[in-house]
Design a binder for this molecule. Structure first.
Ligand code: F6P
Length: 548
């Protein structure tokens, strides 16, 4: 089906035309209860999408598009364990990782819960031993430093969650995340750490990712230089992987190998043992609260009619902004310092899942799929790129994310933080008209000539759409809901765009080429003639200047 030719798509184009000259100011003026009509709350998580450039008829057509795309059926197929990741012939069952009741999941025949529970038990045991000081290093010391070595989904989720929940962190444990191949990431850390009190978690689903393998080998060498004995690896290394054999070859004993499965995508793996560092930081009960928050969102996604279904609504709004209003990017603006890694996490979640131009059936997409996701801490952005959001003339939908109370409170900080967050979304939506700007300048006592000169600079077009997501506080449960909300949003978007959101072939070519270029960079000139002149020129620079 070419979705762009369907009556539902065509009717959305009509809505876009109808609303083209409607400002958010008009939409708010027309409906005194716009906030009530375009916001929803689930267990404390409030999603306000009233500042999106949408009205009820357009939303109804978007819901019709979701129905046409069979969103409910695809959702049920995912939860039933069907192999909807067709290009890799895999089921998509990360939701099993947060399934809490004792019923089989996805069903009695294909129940994955015994394995899930077994690994959770293994995690709990490790977590309790490390946190209580019973886990000892090769010299008998308690662990003080935990270093997660991983990249992509084996880094971003756990790093985000550990930092987000720092208020709940064990007071004697420090957490580090190493992902970059550049030794400047690992080297300064190793300089300051003590091998006797350091525990490495090598998180790699495949256990073949080059960045992670090289960092893990270096960490191993560092440990061995101090410990001298192979058995020490068992005191200082844990692996999380779906390739236990490879972890074993690395020297990690079986008891320290925590399994994940092919039905857990890398960017959906926080909920598995890939989240071990999070569990070590906040305790296993805290980790289970995180799972429970995600499960609450899963149940909401499964059971709630599309009209009130938060992930569905967010997905539809994003589709509206991308495919009908023409937005090319989308900004993620967390206001809490502790969720500063949210934009990076969502970049992988959204762009690795839906950054595609080919449908799940191998056909070229007939519409653009995922926008470019970017962002950073909101208040810092205000002093950097917000100028462009306000007056740069681009349409850039924003997600503001903030908790009502601080996780690390100091007097005098929280109210101004919230005021800034709310002020920005209001300023972006409503702007400042020429009449308002003129009035302000007149009130300030400027002359007519001064006003004429300044006026064009003082006008804010507004009409910049945003969603605001509020949480009562940054706790494990709320964070779980928030991240699962985005996961399901990405899934729904993928369904409507006919994308398989669970593969990532686009990252392969770079990996292949890097492997091919390695010998050339190290000095082998045998293949130079086959290289393009740019790559050849750059390599010759490295040969002259690099120390490899
Ligand atoms: O970038 C590709 C990718 O496969 C991601 O999807 C994944 O999260 C990351 O690499 C790390 O993979 P692994 O956990 O197998 O080391």
């Amino acid at each position: 089906m070419n979705i762009t030719l369907t009556p539902e798509w065509q009717s959305l184009l009509q809505h876009q035309k109808r609303l083209e000259h409607k400002h958010l100011r008009d939409l708010f003026a027309e409906d005194a209860q716009r906030f009530e009509h375009f916001s929803a709350e689930l267990d404390g998580l409030l999603v306000d999408y009233s500042k999106q450039r949408i009205d009820q008829p357009a939303l109804q057509s978007l819901l019709a598009l979701a129905r046409l795309s069979d969103v409910e059926n695809w959702r049920d197929r995912m939860f039933s364990g069907e192999k909807i990741n067709i290009s890799e012939d895999r089921a998509v069952l990360h939701t099993a990782l947060r399934h809490s009741d004792f019923k089989p999941f996805p069903d009695a025949e294909n129940d994955v819960m015994p394995q899930v529970r077994a690994v959770r038990k293994q995690m709990r045991d490790i977590v309790e031993r490390v946190r209580s000081g019973l886990w000892r290093g090769f010299k008998g010391d308690a662990i003080q430093n935990v270093v997660n070595i991983g990249i992509g989904g084996s880094d971003l989720g756990p790093k985000l969650a550990t930092r987000a929940l720092s208020a709940y962190q064990h007071p004697n444990l420090h957490f580090y995340y190493v992902s970059n191949l550049d030794s400047a990431h690992l080297a300064p850390l190793l300089e300051k750490l003590d091998p006797r009190t350091t525990l490495f978690i090598v998180a790699s689903k495949t256990f073949t990712t080059q960045e992670t393998s090289i960092n893990a080998q270096t960490a191993r060498t560092w440990l061995m230089a101090a410990a001298m004995e192979e058995w020490a690896i068992g005191k200082h290394f844990i692996a999380v992987t779906s390739s236990p054999g490879k972890a074993h070859e690395f020297g990690i004993p079986d008891d320290n190998i925590l399994q994940i499965w092919d039905w857990v995508g890398g960017r959906y793996s926080l909920w598995s043992a890939v989240g071990l560092s999070v569990a070590l930081a906040i305790g296993m009960n805290g980790f289970e609260r995180l799972l429970s928050g995600a499960e609450t969102m899963d149940l909401h996604f499964r059971k709630t009619p599309l009209e009130q279904n938060l992930p569905v609504l967010l997905a539809l709004i994003s589709i509206w902004n991308t495919n009908f209003l023409g937005a090319e990017t989308s900004a993620i603006l967390p206001y809490n310092e502790s969720i500063r890694h949210l934009p990076a996490f969502l970049q992988q979640l959204e762009m690795e899942s839906n950054g595609k131009t080919v449908s799940r059936d191998g056909e070229a997409l007939t519409c653009r799929a995922n926008p470019i996701v970017w962002g950073q801490i909101g208040v810092n952005g205000q002093h950097a790129f917000f100028q462009l959001l306000h007056q740069g003339g681009w349409l850039i939908p924003c997600d503001f994310v903030v908790a009502a109370s601080s996780d690390h409170p100091l007097p005098g900080h929280q109210a101004p933080l919230l005021a800034n967050c709310l002020a920005q979304s209001a300023a972006l939506a409503f702007g400042k008209t020429e009449a308002q700007a003129r009035e302000e300048l007149t009130q300030a006592g400027l002359t007519a000539a001064q006003i004429a000169r300044l006026l064009p600079h003082k006008v804010f077009a507004g009409n910049q759409p945003s969603t605001t997501i509020l949480m009562p506080s940054l706790d494990p449960f709320q964070l779980g809901m928030l991240l699962a909300l985005y996961e399901h949003k990405v899934f729904v978007q993928g369904v409507i765009w006919s994308i398989n959101s669970f593969d990532q072939w686009g990252v392969e070519l770079g990996k292949q080429l890097a492997n091919r270029l390695l010998p050339a960079i190290m000095g082998d000139q045998a293949y130079d003639a086959q290289l393009d002149t740019s790559t050849c020129g750059l390599i010759s620079y490295f040969r002259r200047h690099g120390h490899v």
